[in-house]
Design a protein around this ligand. Structure first.
Ligand code: TXA
Ligand code: MG
Length: 353
């Protein structure tokens, strides 16, 4: 699998305005300035229910180019276009297959991105030069009102620099994007914590290109034939050479710390030996697991897959700065665990069972 090409993110030369907005009481008036920035071609980082997004007018090619530069993102990796009402979908998608409509009815607004054939005037900057476009209607009230205030679909990748985990708080966005974007809207922690599920249709059947906030089981409850393109984020030659979603060919997170994944209920004697060995090499070790781990700088405990999804990216950011090795206990790859392990596997250097 390719490493992310080393594209240097833009230098920090802007005066980024940070505004705090309460998602329970937000009004469109509070987002008027942000909407104007977007309409004029500027960039605004904003909260969604999955992770924070870096928004730009989906029909402004120049702004979209800026998004790639700001993130240091390869420009063949398409962006997701976010809409606040279903009429906006007609501006983006050339056709809406019947099966897609079933998923829309059930899961929008929500953490599901659907790939459609694009309308001719959707800029290629948004689609990574593809003839298809990814669309999602977020359920987060701030995201929704921001799109309405801008009065245009917002193309928005996750609001992180290309080599970092997706941001789940405004502080993560500030760390990565301060001085690089016009505005950051602080709307509190993202609820779900991992990105949306990306689905494409092949012969009327949904294929999950990226597991995410809407689970495989939920999709199968509407369309039983839904399948997963790749079981995990592990390198796969077919994907590397012919990726159906360009995002798949890049290794997503490149933590400075080495991530070691251990199987569920890993033998405790072997685990102690591993930690002793690493400590003997003067490596600072941290752990994320279902139990308390001794002799490490931090032991983070996660109890279930939903909570794991909520904290994963924040923990990776936090532990990356204080540990040389992060040991993560694997969880079952079902329900929310599928998306969690997809991200964990992408960050991992090795797997032990
Ligand atoms: O939850 C999310 O999806 C967040 C929030 C901000 O909405 N956004 C997000 O965007 O994660 P990003 O750019 O980090 O990931 C978009 C993924 C990539 O893997 C990309 O390759 C895939 O969606 N994608 C977008 N458009 C596509 C298309 N036309 N065909 C195939 N894959 C597409
Ligand atoms: Mg991303």
């Amino acid at each position: 699998m390719n490493e992310i090409p080393n594209i240097t993110p833009l230098e920090r030369s802007l005066n980024t305005k940070v505004i705090k907005v309460n998602k329970n009481t937000v009004t469109i008036d509070e987002l008027k300035e942000a909407g104007e920035i977007l309409r004029k071609g500027g960039l605004v980082a904003f909260p969604t229910e999955t992770v924070y997004g870096l928004g730009a007018d989906a029909f402004n090619g120049e702004s979209l180019n800026q998004v790639f530069k700001v993130k240091g993102r390869p420009n063949d990796n398409p962006l997701i276009c976010h809409i606040s009402d279903i009429t906006m979908l007609n501006r983006l998608a050339a056709t809406i297959p019947e099966e897609a409509q079933l998923l829309i009815d059930k899961f929008w607004p929500g953490a599901l991105t659907i790939i459609f054939q694009k309308q001719p005037n959707v800029p290629y900057e948004a689609t990574g030069k593809l003839e298809t476009v990814g669309v999602r209607m977020p359920s987060h009230p701030i995201a929704n009102l921001l799109i309405a205030a801008a009065n245009t679909p917002l193309a928005a990748p996750s609001a992180n620099l290309s080599t970092k985990p997706s941001p789940t708080t405004a502080q993560h966005c500030i760390t990565d994007l301060d001085g690089r974007v016009d505005m950051i809207i602080d709307g509190g922690e993202a609820d779900i914590g991992v990105e949306s599920t990306v689905v494409m249709f092949k012969s009327n059947q949904p294929i999950i290109l990226r597991p995410g906030g809407v689970t495989l089981e939920q999709l199968q409850s509407v369309i039983p034939s839904t399948t997963l393109f790749s079981i995990s984020g592990k390198a796969d030659l077919a994907i590397t050479q012919h990726p159906p979603t360009p995002g798949m060919k890049y290794r997503h997170y490149a933590p400075n710390a080495e991530v070691i994944v251990i199987k569920k209920q890993f033998d405790s004697i072997k685990l102690n030996a591993l930690i002793n060995k690493l400590n003997g090499e003067n490596k600072r070790v941290a752990a994320i697991s279902s139990f308390n781990v001794d002799n490490v700088v931090v032991s983070k405990i996660v109890n279930d897959s939903k909570q794991f999804a909520h904290v994963l990216f924040a923990y990776l950011r936090e532990l990356d700065s204080i540990a040389d090795v992060i040991i993560i206990e694997a969880i079952d790859e079902n329900y929310e665990g599928l998306a969690v392990m997809n991200r964990v596997n992408k960050a991992a250097a090795s797997f032990l069972d």
